[in-house]
Design a protein around this ligand. Structure first.
Ligand code: ZN
Length: 205
């Protein structure tokens, strides 16, 4: 732990200071575990996106699942299934965004960069390159990085993947949006939301 603190003293101090203030004014200790507004958002980890602000959330309101790209990975689906099955959410929102970093590289690009060196690469607007060389690992070549060749296709494909999952009830609506980082606006992707349209449960007998 002390090594990490030494490496990032500013981030460490900032978080401790901010949390001291947060905890001093904290009055949310009585919240129930299940999300009060009964929905879950799957969105990108991009630092410019603040789901609490763009979707108007407070503590206790909703589940927010984040990863690189806001992709419907196996782990994201694991969280969504828990969100509904054990914690009662009744609608899912898949929210990708414009200018996503996942549009800027391919599996081959990151696999090659990591095979060469693990330190942060640089991007000149077209090409990624390593400032240092050596000490990399080929393990990155075995990962599906879920990069995004085309944003509107990706959000639709993610909604479709969740919709088709055998553990996601067909009556749960799944909406697809692309957040515009230039305007702060959530633009619905009609094809994605159509793919996520719920179907009523079968009435047997
Ligand atoms: Zn992103």
């Amino acid at each position: 732990m002390s090594a990490d603190i030494a490496a990032e003293p500013e981030a460490y101090r900032d978080i401790r200071t901010a949390n001291d203030r947060y905890a001093e004014a904290f009055d949310k200790g009585g919240l129930a575990l299940p999300p009060r507004r009964r929905f879950a958002i799957l969105t990108c980890m991009d630092a410019r996106l603040d789901p609490a602000k763009y979707a108007g959330l407070s503590e206790g309101d909703a589940h927010v699942i984040r990863n690189a790209g806001g992709r419907a990975s196996d782990d994201a689906i694991r969280s969504l299934v828990i969100s509904h099955k054990l914690l009662g959410t009744e609608a899912f929102f898949v929210i990708h965004h414009t200018n996503c970093g996942m549009e800027l590289f391919t599996d081959a690009t990151i696999g090659d960069l990591l095979a060469d060196n693990l330190d942060t690469a640089t991007f000149d607007g077209t090409v990624w390159s390593n400032p240092q060389h050596g000490g990399g690992s080929p393990a990155g070549r075995d990962i599906d990085w879920l990069t995004i060749p085309e944003q509107s296709h990706a959000v639709t494909s993610d909604v479709r993947r969740i919709r088709a999952h055998p553990l996601v009830p067909t009556r749960i609506p799944i909406f697809g949006f692309v957040y515009d980082v230039a305007t702060g606006r959530l633009n619905e992707n009609a094809a994605a939301s159509e793919a996520g349209r719920p179907t009523p449960p079968l009435h047997l007998g």
